[in-house]
Ligand binder design. Structure first.
Ligand code: AMP
Length: 222
């Protein structure tokens, strides 16, 4: 009953959360890249890690499949928009972990006149995984957009003529550069957040508080 389940996604978030877990005295005992297991034990018998898709972390935590999770602000906001009014109900967001930092930007082919399209009020075809964020951003600018939902390799869309622009995560900018795309707008800065199920926080207050406090103390130390 008092077990704690932490939802993480493989890759950047898992790797960058490990030092924070260590600060909380928690060590994951298996390498997710080598194991096929979806539930990973830790050195603390009462704490386990579940591996889920990045976009599923808010869902797991919101509905109590996990007590805590680490998720990008991009995923969290998009989750809130997908689920309408019930968006983030039950999801407590106590900490900006300042890991997996990047930004959500608009990018186009270097030869595309984005400023001209915006100025003239023409329609813009935008491919993105972040349909909710993109819709709101362009609506606020008064730009008419046709949104095309993609699940990956967004950079291909302007190169193949599928879209005029993309809305995607940018970190170093190397991926855009390698594909002859240029960043024309920064929509928002992104980092990963700790999210906690509100009922869990009440029912398992002591162990969860301990983890939140240890994470808080370790932020920015790596
Ligand atoms: P970069 O080439 O460093 O600008 O990285 C851009 C590529 O990495 C894009 O395909 C992004 O979707 C992905 N990316 C960058 N930062 C993150 C992040 N914090 N979390 C997940 N994916 C990211």
């Amino acid at each position: 009953m008092n077990h704690i389940t932490l939802a993480l996604s493989k890759g950047r978030i898992f790797d960058e959360t490990l030092p924070l877990l260590k600060a909380a005295g928690i060590e994951v005992l298996e390498d997710p890249e080598k194991s096929r297991k979806l539930i990973l034990p830790t050195n603390q018998p009462g704490v386990r890690v579940v591996l889920v898709r990045a976009t599923d972390v808010p869902t797991y935590v919101q509905y109590g499949g996990a007590d805590l999770g680490v998720t990008g602000l991009d995923t969290l906001i998009e989750h809130g928009k997908d689920w309408g009014g019930a968006g983030s109900a039950g999801l407590y967001q106590p900490l900006d972990l300042q890991i997996a930092k990047c930004r959500i930007s608009v990018a186009v082919r270097a030869d595309f006149d984005y400023a001209g399209v915006v100025r003239q009020g023409s329609r813009l075809r935008v491919a993105t995984k972040y349909v909710g964020i993109a819709r709101e951003f362009f609506a606020a600018k008064g730009v008419h957009v046709d949104l095309i939902k993609l699940y990956g390799s967004m950079e291909l869309a302007p190169l193949t003529g599928l879209a005029d622009a993309i809305v995607d995560l940018v970190s170093t900018g190397n991926t855009l550069k390698a594909n002859q795309l240029v960043e024309v707008e920064r929509i928002m800065d992104i980092s990963s957040r700790l999210v906690v199920n509100q009922a869990s926080l009440k029912l398992k207050q002591q162990p969860i508080r301990q983890i939140i406090d240890a994470f808080a103390g370790a932020i920015g130390k790596n």
